[in-house]
Design a protein around this ligand. Structure first.
Ligand SMILES: NC(=O)c1ccc[n+]([C@@H]2O[C@H](COP(=O)([O-])OP(=O)(O)OC[C@H]3O[C@@H](n4cnc5c(N)ncnc54)[C@H](OP(=O)(O)O)[C@@H]3O)[C@@H](O)[C@H]2O)c1
Length: 162
């Protein structure tokens, strides 16, 4: 099974200057809970946005066109076919965790969407590619709790392909 796991604001913004546009530990917690059920695949720029990669207790597949990448503890891939070949025998979900090019690359293959909507608008330049939600059914939705550490109203949604 292939999933997408991401957070976006009301305009579909996902990134700003190589980082997340917001600080929302509850979403990091949700991200961790979901992705620990399988392995993750990401683009080289998303890898660079992670403070101490690799993400622990998950295989980290990273897509790059670079011949050599200074990244220990993960698996370097050079194409979608390369990712699919390297994960072929895995029974675990493969979680696509961004960024834009990865979501584009796997949009016809994704079975499940884990989307966090943050009900505000932020500044940034990286937007989630369009997803045809008519092909998906919303199966779970939960409003996130707001507290002193999680000030942005947010909703966790899970969709499965119809
Ligand atoms: N809100 C969220 O949930 C979320 C999730 C993920 C990322 N983000 C944010 O998004 C931004 C980073 O994402 P991004 O979209 O700019 O970049 P990205 O997709 O993470 O990385 C792009 C890079 O991936 C490699 N790549 C992509 N497709 C490839 C292919 N088919 N074959 C070989 N290599 C390929 C290339 O690396 P090379 O240049 O090395 O060849 C490309 O430059 C950051 O701001 C990050 O914080 C947000």
């Amino acid at each position: 099974m292939i999933t997408f796991v991401w957070a976006e604001d009301e305009n579909g913004l996902i990134g700003s200057k190589g980082d997340l546009p917001w600080h929302l530990p509850a979403d990091m917690h949700f991200f961790k809970k979901v992705t620990l059920t399988g392995d993750v695949v990401m683009g080289r720029k998303t890898l660079e946005s992670i403070p101490n990669p690799p993400l622990k207790n998950r295989e980290n597949y990273v897509l790059t066109s670079k011949k050599s990448l200074d990244f220990k503890g993960g698996v370097i891939c050079h194409s979608k076919e390369d990712v699919l070949e390297k994960t072929r025998h895995s029974k675990k979900p493969l979680h696509v965790i961004g960024g834009v090019s990865l979501f584009e690359l796997f949009k016809n293959d994704v079975d499940r969407l884990y989307r966090t909507v943050i009900h505000e608008t932020f500044k940034g330049e990286t937007y989630m590619p369009a997803i045809d939600y008519s092909q998906f059914e919303l199966i779970e939705e939960e409003e996130g709790a707001i507290d002193s550490k999680n000030k942005h109203p947010h909703t966790f949604q899970i969709y499965k392909r119809k």
